[in-house]
Ligand binder design. Structure first.
Ligand SMILES: Cc1cc2nc3c(=O)[nH]c(=O)nc-3n(C[C@H](O)[C@H](O)[C@H](O)COP(=O)(O)OP(=O)(O)OC[C@H]3O[C@@H](n4cnc5c(N)ncnc54)[C@H](O)[C@@H]3O)c2cc1C
Length: 320
């Protein structure tokens, strides 16, 4: 079968790797190189369930997160632990697996238009016109596939971060909740990352203040939109995955493990994409519900009734 994938970031590369075992796969990537997506790369050890273990892409291991509420510090003991992964190397590694299996990766090749006409195969225009049996949109928040299907954009926030050159191999992430988001400090071994996730209109101002208070003057700033909320889709020859589908955790904005989990659901059902779309809703619907609830609960008690919260608790970041 001929499969087209738009976007060669983590989800596009992973699906290309797996699907090219038995199919003819072409991946379109608008960037000139793999691994351009700004991302902190804080990903649980479950990543090794998806790709072979590779310590070369790990910068540090995080065992605890300290949440700074105004009148209380809550320690989360992370189980499983979180890895600070070099996201560029992760995407490049998975893309190499896809290429080894025979997937064609077309860099610097933006898809400009996608056509879905009922009962015909999906077509797209990039450097030329292509037709596929199945088309997978792994093209992130601004997905052209989602737009062509006239589906609504998920809600979104802005993530901004910068690095400070400083050796820090500590195993603790610091998190500072705000009304609609949070700020973070991640020790990355040879550098420290300062970041913020918040509403688009105030994120930059908050980030500048956060850095100023820590006497940090960033030289280069990275930022990107983070979607949140499952997009509903019913189609037979087309599917969305990862950020294009709004699959990031409401608590943290992390999307890699949820995205790859969705990829495995797709692979299990392929080529029955209608079933994939149903299974995704069944699997992630409750996760979104409980994650949002847990998020609100923790923020409410952390701000208003800090005494009710324990000092320390175990936390699985992939559930929420
Ligand atoms: C600041 C920030 C920090 C984050 N930190 C974490 C973290 O610590 N842990 C975690 O798990 N997640 C994190 N995330 C979320 C994570 O980055 C995303 O969930 C993940 O990258 C989604 O992968 P994806 O493959 O779905 O899409 P994306 O990574 O968004 O990639 C989409 C790809 O499609 C390509 N593309 C788009 N349109 C076209 C087109 N028309 N033609 C061709 N190519 C196209 C893009 O160039 C891109 O390569 C963070 C996100 C941000 C913004």
């Amino acid at each position: 079968m001929k499969i087209g994938i738009i976007g060669c970031s983590i989800n596009g590369a992973y699906l290309a790797w797996k699907l090219s075992e038995r199919n003819e796969v072409t991946v379109f990537e608008k960037n000139k190189a793999i691994g351009e997506k700004p991302c902190s790369g804080l990903i649980s050890e479950r990543i090794w369930k998806f790709i072979p273990k590779n310590e070369d892409i790990v910068e540090n291991t995080i065992e605890e997160a300290l949440i700074y509420f105004p009148k209380k510090k809550l320690k989360l003991k992370l189980n499983p632990k979180m890895l600070v992964i070099n996201r560029k190397l992760l995407d490049q590694t998975v893309t190499k697996f896809a290429e080894k299996n025979g997937a064609k990766i077309l860099l610097d090749n933006e898809v400009k238009k996608v056509y879905f006409v009922r009962k015909t195969k999906p077509q797209l225009i990039a450097d030329k016109i292509y037709e596929f049996d199945y088309l997978l949109g792994c093209d992130g928040f601004n997905s052209i596939v989602r737009k062509a299907l006239t589906l609504k954009k998920p809600k979104y926030k802005l993530g901004i971060y910068a690095y400070k050159k400083k050796k820090d191999e500590s195993k603790l992430v610091k998190v500072f909740p705000s009304k609609n988001g949070f700020a973070w400090i991640i020790p990355r071994g040879s550098r420290v990352e300062y970041g913020i996730l918040d509403n688009v209109n105030i994120a930059r101002e908050r980030f500048d203040k956060f850095c100023r208070l820590r006497k940090f003057k960033p030289k280069q700033i990275y930022s990107h939109v983070i979607p949140e909320g499952l997009v509903k889709l019913e189609a037979e020859r087309v599917a969305l995955c990862g950020d294009a589908l709004g699959l990031t955790k409401p608590t943290s904005g992390g999307g890699v493990i949820w995205g790859l989990t969705a990829c495995n659901i797709l692979l299990k059902n392929f080529p029955n994409l209608k079933k994939y779309n149903n299974d995704i809703r069944k699997f992630f619907g409750p996760k979104f519900f409980f994650s949002r609830l847990g998020n609100r609960f923790a923020r409410f008690f952390g701000q208003k009734f800090p005494r009710i919260l324990p000092k320390e608790m175990y936390f699985d970041s992939d559930i929420y």
